[in-house]
Design a binder for this molecule. Structure first.
Ligand SMILES: [Zn+2]
Ligand SMILES: [Zn+2]
Length: 770
């Protein structure tokens, strides 16, 4: 008999790993111990060489479904005799080396127990087990043990304790274990802060009664408070829009079950599977013509054909929506567009202005997260992550760093996130909102502090955007000064390129890769605003090879909000446009903006995001947008309708001339669109031709650069239609690469910044004397 030590790292905590090892040891008749430390799971066993090999193999190959092993190692150690197999207390090691476990949606076993009148957790709204429940949202420090989470104040009752300690139960070592006798309490308050009632059944009955009365109720969920109201009532949704000051941005819906979703929406297998994973995200779906529930679509998602749908991932939401029997609007509880509210004090202070009632519980949320949002393109079922948050964040498995030192990458301004590497593991924070708001800035700072505390380590290198006015850049500058560590600044679109190259394993590509990076805005190396760029990636260097013609930036940030300003700027060189656009402005505005353009504006831009805005405005689909991306989405809907009716066939491109120059003429593009408008060509054809033209220009640049590999990043590639068209028309001739587990939008910037530095792209380390 010999003694062996096994060390496993990765996502191995909060997923039932220790009970699994225990069961396996019993089965294979092996003695020793297993524990949980801040650097992973350790196992020590007494075994012969052969039985140790069998045991080790079984641990790795049969590991719990929710776990993800990143490294594993076995070695012979000094012989110690163990009489039995035990689960030992957790330990803390000098360096934390663990992937953080995300929050898991309610599992089928727990759901069954919750509806079983004979079960002691019948209708208990905080039921969990080793296969489900909150993890990342409740953890204060590593390792993942009850005492390190916000479950700490709840002492298990005798029954729960027995389950916790019995290896034959599903809740063996389940850190979130509780029941109605020992667990979390539920309370409902009026908007004036008066406690109305408590007790699970009473509160849920009251919630359902008030939802029926067309009231808006804020309910504390997993990552924060959600606002719930009857999704079939136009009146209450109108009221919610008014109170939230949110005129048009779509709301997500919580449906009672997968069968009710199937009744109302066209579901592909991918969409159906995605809805039911442990992530339980919001999935964007198209409604059926003969839907069962009569939803006021135009109030829920004005002008859009897709709705955001999710299943109840928390047991409390399951009980509410099951009792209500109808879909609910379920939207992050916040004021206007600021961060999701997650503390009880915050809820009591802020939410009475939007909610009639507030439902709280006494388990604290440590880290706030919004719901994740995912969609699949209708034609090719390409997955597009719109928001990476609850259920997915923060661990990222697609990349390990080369550098020995820990890196912090600060991200961009809008759709912010940060990336932190520690022991070569990569963590990409959840979506942290638009850091132009004070609340989002606070959420950002708090989440960074949380990470540093969790891992007990400071970064040795800091990477940020080139734009010095971004909150994240300023944060990075301060952090670098405070920690006395180097700061490297990476151009926004190069970070996008690095992100998509890394995600698709193209960093070591022998053949050159064309990176097509299209988004709204990012500061370019020449001081202008970029956003319509092509880079060639070869030998670890990014070279900007093409871009859309610059057009003037007028009225600063206002331009992104008002598509009519984009069209005015882009068409400034086209005489026929004037008359078409004049009616969009009053006389004072017209004089003012015309003068701004005539006076040779200092800042120019090449943003494709603004081109979408400009076309949407030209077609009178949207002159002022009430949320980011609205104009582009309306334009996409119009074009999609055309392709769905007429088939995905080739059209005439607005780029009629052969692409010889590096710059791409936006004047040609818009002159063509204006001629079509003058000739009475219908909107849907123009919208379709515009999308198709973008595909042809990608092909033209790839041909010009003589490359067959193309990678895409930037917010523009959130468009299902554009992605489907690219795959349809270029998929055979070229190797196309899109983001898979990261969003194409600015959420991936922080990861790209880290990759750029870590791979010493463009020789950035030498340039910064590192
Ligand atoms: Zn469960
Ligand atoms: Zn209990």
């Amino acid at each position: 008999m010999l003694t062996y030590h096994i060390h496993i790292t990765g996502l191995v905590q909060g997923v039932g790993f220790r009970p699994f090892v225990y069961q396996l040891a019993k089965k294979l008749n092996v003695t020793g111990w297993v524990n949980n430390t801040s650097d992973g799971v350790h196992v020590e066993i007494n075994a012969t060489e052969q039985s140790a090999k069998n045991f080790y193999e079984a641990v790795i190959t049969k590991a719990p479904a929710l776990s993800k092993i990143t490294t594993h190692h076995i070695e012979k150690v000094n012989h110690t005799i163990y009489a039995a197999f035990t689960i030992n207390e957790s330990g803390v090691t000098a360096t934390a080396n663990l992937m953080l476990t995300p929050d898991f949606a309610l599992c089928a076993d727990c759901k069954k127990e919750m509806y079983d009148a004979a079960n002691r957790r019948y209708q208990y709204p905080f039921i969990t087990c080793t296969n489900c429940g909150p993890r990342y949202s409740i953890i204060h420090t590593l390792p993942y043990d009850r005492s390190n989470t916000s479950m700490q104040p709840f002492t298990m009752c005798k029954d729960c304790d027995e389950e916790y300690n019995n290896p034959n139960y599903r809740r063996h070592y389940s850190q979130t274990n509780s029941c109605s006798a020992c667990g979390i309490s539920l309370e409902i308050f009026s908007g004036t802060g008066e406690k109305l009632c408590s007790g699970y059944t009473t509160v849920i009955e009251r919630i359902v009664a008030e939802l029926t009365n067309k009231k808006i109720i804020a309910v504390k969920g997993i990552g924060g408070y959600l606002l719930l109201c009857d999704a079939t009532s136009e009146t209450v949704i109108k009221e919610l829009r008014k109170r939230k000051h949110r005129p048009a941005k779509p709301f997500a819906l919580l449906y009672p079950g997968i069968s009710t979703i199937e009744n109302d929406f066209n579901l592909s297998q991918q969409e159906k599977d995605c809805l039911q994973t442990v992530v339980a995200p919001i999935v964007l779906l198209k409604q059926k013509k003969a839907a069962v529930f009569n939803l006021p679509i135009n109030e829920i998602a004005p002008g859009l054909a897709s709705l955001g749908i999710m299943l109840p991932y928390a047991p409390l939401f399951e009980l509410i929506v099951a009792a209500f029997k109808k879909p609910l609007i379920a939207t992050s509880a916040n004021i206007a567009d600021s961060s999701i509210i997650y503390t009880d004090e915050g809820a009591m202070q802020e939410l009475p202005s939007v909610a009639d009632y507030i439902v709280t519980n006494n388990r604290a949320i440590v880290i706030a997260q919004d719901d994740s949002v995912i969609k699949f393109t209708p034609l090719h079922q390409q997955q597009i992550i719109i928001r990476r948050s609850r259920g997915i964040a923060p661990s990222f498995f697609g990349y390990n760093t080369n550098a020995a030192e820990n890196i912090f990458a600060a991200g961009a301004l809008l759709k912010s996130s940060f990336t932190f590497s520690c022991n070569n593991n990569v963590y990409i924070s959840q979506y942290l909102g638009n850091t132009d708001s004070y609340e989002a800035q606070q959420a950002y700072e708090k989440t960074v502090a949380h990470f540093i505390q969790l891992f007990g380590q400071q970064p040795a290198i800091i990477v940020a955007d080139k734009h010095h006015l971004y909150f994240a850049t300023q944060f990075a500058v301060k952090m670098s000064e405070k920690n006395k560590v180097p700061l490297i600044q990476v151009q926004h679109h190069k970070a996008h390129a690095a992100a998509v190259l890394a995600e698709n394993n193209l960093l070591r590509s022998k053949d050159p890769v064309l990176c097509v990076i299209w988004d709204g805005t990012g500061l370019g190396d020449d001081g202008n605003i970029w956003g319509g760029d092509f880079f060639m990636y070869q030998h670890n260097a990014l070279q900007r090879c093409s871009y859309f013609d610059y057009f003037p930036v007028i009225a600063g940030d206002k331009m992104a909000k008002e598509p009519r300003l984009s069209v005015l700027a882009v068409c400034s060189g086209i005489a026929a446009a004037k008359e078409m656009l004049h009616h969009k402005f009053n006389e004072t505005e017209w004089q003012l903006y015309s003068k701004m353009i005539e006076n040779n504006p200092v800042i120019l831009c090449s943003s494709v995001g603004r081109l979408f805005d400009a076309v949407a405005s030209l077609l009178n689909l949207c002159d002022k947008q009430s949320y980011e991306g609205q104009a582009a989405m309306l334009l996409e809907e119009t074009a999609t309708a055309y392709f769905q009716q007429h088939g995905y066939k080739t059209l005439l491109s607005y780029f009629t001339q052969q692409q010889k120059e590096d710059n791409i003429s936006t004047t040609n593009l818009f002159a063509g669109i204006i001629t079509d408008i003058q000739n009475g060509v219908p909107k849907d054809i123009i919208a379709a031709k515009f999308h198709y033209s973008l595909v042809t220009i990608v092909a033209a640049i790839a041909d010009k650069q003589q490359t067959k590999i193309i990678a895409f990043s930037g917010g523009v590639f959130q468009s299902s239609l554009l992605v489907d068209l690219l795959i349809t028309f270029l998929g055979e001739k070229f190797q196309l690469h899109f983001h898979k587990d990261l969003s194409p939008n600015d959420e991936n910037i922080s990861f790209g910044q880290l990759v750029y530095f870590d791979n010493n792209m463009d020789d950035c380390k030498a340039l910064h004397h590192i």
